[in-house]
Design a binder for this molecule. Structure first.
Ligand SMILES: Cc1ncc(COP(=O)(O)O)c(C=O)c1O
Length: 353
């Protein structure tokens, strides 16, 4: 820390992203990326002609992508805004809908960036503990009078609420925005996008990083009532109107339009998740009912941190969090069937060796 850093950021603890080893020698099950490449339509869209156009700024309105997304989700283009990953859209939403008098309410065990952004922007955090089994009691979110963010399904627990339960929260907080972070929704939960037509306080945030294989392109969508989206655009156009680069605009549109590839790859992940969960249960692991592209699992046979390190030594990277309620657990991204077989083999060697 330099002596020039504003003292207001001295206590800020940045988010620690999962390791991204550059030698790629690990079986990488630690950051919930897809093990499959993007749709072939993505590579086809990234032509030499598009590369030539990199000398020009991208379209700040992202009109082509917005028209495709509007058609895909059954919304109007002015009900959608793209972001540089869903992280950026979530950040814009907190900037737009929270301040020192309007705290952000979120679960104690959830995506770590929410709290970091609150600290960065001096937004008070209202942390609501999940139940003992990591489920979220929607009633705790009724009548809060605060902006709310719920990852649905939640990370790292993998558990999902139904749209009906989210609807109860929307109804019980008519004067506050409820942000539903649907980063993992395509792997087995039900989206709240259709509720946008009924609730002007609902903002749904989705990403292309997981079920559309574009984590490296950085693209997400915020969807909601046109006025909420205009508020987000107010923030975006006050920071960086060109936040989505030209290649990502093309890649994102191609990925969105290849619905057959999307279905095939997410179904493979769901099948591999079921296989892996069954194998872990056979070995005595305790798992949550994951609706995501990862499993959240623990075993009484070894402490979480030790198991993470033992797997890493065998070339398998998973994610371990230090927090009090979760330190026994590992978050394991679903890879290809071969990768998951290698994980199970490594676990057997560690736990039986
Ligand atoms: C719950 C949740 N929300 C948002 C994100 C951010 O995703 P993106 O790559 O779109 O910024 C993640 C990333 O892992 C996540 O787990």
């Amino acid at each position: 820390m330099s002596r020039y850093l504003t003292p207001t950021l001295a206590a800020l603890k940045p988010y620690t992203p999962g390791e991204q080893p550059q030698d790629q020698q690990y079986i990488k099950l630690n950051t919930n990326e897809s093990p499959y490449p993007p749709s072939p339509a993505v590579a086809a869209a990234l032509t030499a002609e598009e590369a030539d156009k990199l000398r020009l700024y991208p379209d700040p309105a992202c009109a082509g992508l917005m028209a495709a997304a509007a058609k895909h989700f059954g919304l109007a283009p002015n009900q959608i805004m793209p972001g540089n990953g869903s992280d950026e859209n979530l950040f814009f939403a907190l900037r737009a809908f929270c301040d020192s008098t309007r705290p952000l309410a979120y679960a104690d065990v959830t995506y770590g960036c929410y709290g970091v952004w609150c600290d960065l922007m001096h937004i008070p955090s209202h942390i609501l503990p999940l139940e003992e089994d990591f489920s979220l009691d929607p009633e705790k979110y009724h009548g809060l009078g605060e902006t709310i963010v719920i990852a649905n399904p939640n990370a790292p627990t993998g558990l999902a609420l139904t749209p009906g339960q989210i609807e109860g929260i929307l109804k019980a907080n008519p004067d506050n925005v409820v942000i539903v972070d649907e980063a993992y929704v395509d792997f087995g939960a039900e989206s709240c996008v259709p509720l946008i037509h009924q609730y002007d306080n609902l903002l749904v945030v989705q990403t292309f990083s997981k079920s559309r294989q574009l984590a490296g392109a950085r693209l997400g969508l915020a969807m909601g009532n046109a006025e909420l989206i205009a508020d987000l655009n107010r923030v975006k156009f006050s920071l960086n109107p060109y936040n989505i680069n030209r290649l990502t605009l093309k890649a994102g549109q191609a990925a969105l339009e290849d619905t057959a590839y999307f279905e095939a790859t997410r179904n493979k992940i769901i099948e591999t998740r079921a296989w892996t969960a069954a194998e872990l249960r056979k070995r005595g692991f305790v798992l949550t009912d994951s609706r995501t592209n990862f499993l959240f699992a623990r075993t009484s046979r070894m402490e979480g941190g030790a198991l993470y390190r033992a797997l890493k030594a065998k070339g398998v990277l998973v994610r371990h969090f230090d927090g009090a309620r979760v330190s026994d657990y590992l978050r394991i991204t679903i890879g290809t069937p071969q990768q998951m077989e290698a994980l199970v083999k490594a676990l057997d060697e560690i736990l039986e060796g």
